[in-house]
Design a protein around this ligand. Structure first.
Ligand code: FE2
Ligand code: FE2
Length: 164
């Protein structure tokens, strides 16, 4: 199996990069979520690196378990904590936030599919599934961060010019 180049944003990490996402002071939901995104990106990169190196099934299973835990924790925080708060704060954005929640269910289903492929020992399918999931998730992160920046700007504008 050749080592296909991974798409930008979904590449295997080098050892130096892992753990280099130092968290800075957190001032907004946008920053909190962006920081979590970079953490999920790192764990995706680690899992992809393991698969690229053709590691034994136990190592693949462990790397995937770390990724799944990190990703499901992130999705759970968004679904149960961050986005309910934003829906209450900015009802005008309910539509995009509902679409985001629906995408989360798709990600959970795809994690279950990949877990099943790992149990079957179908590592090529695992590699393809994980790469595809990573690509889709990176696009999802970017869309979320755009929406969150927009909401942040709206909130800042309201603080500067309170409604009469
Ligand atoms: Fe999300
Ligand atoms: Fe997210």
């Amino acid at each position: 199996m050749g080592r296909a180049a991974l798409a930008q944003g979904c590449r295997a990490s080098s050892a130096e990069e892992v753990g280099s996402n130092v968290t800075s002071e957190r001032r907004s939901i946008e920053e909190l979520i962006s920081t979590e995104h970079r953490r999920v990106d790192s764990v995706f990169a680690e899992a992809l690196a393991v698969l690229q190196e053709g590691e034994e099934p136990r190592v693949v299973r462990d790397a995937f378990a770390r990724l799944r835990e990190q990703l499901e924790t992130h999705l759970g925080l968004e679904d149960r904590l961050y986005y309910p708060a934003l829906r209450a704060l900015r009802p005008a954005h309910r539509g995009p936030l509902a679409a985001i929640a629906a995408a989360h269910d798709v990600f959970r289903a795809r994690l279950m599919e990949i877990a099943a492929r790992i149990e079957q020992g179908a590592l090529d399918a695992v590699r393809d599934g994980l790469q595809s999931l990573c690509d889709t998730f990176v696009a999802h992160e970017a869309a979320e961060e755009r929406l969150l920046r927009q909401i942040d700007l709206e909130l800042q504008a309201e603080v500067r010019a309170p409604a009469r």
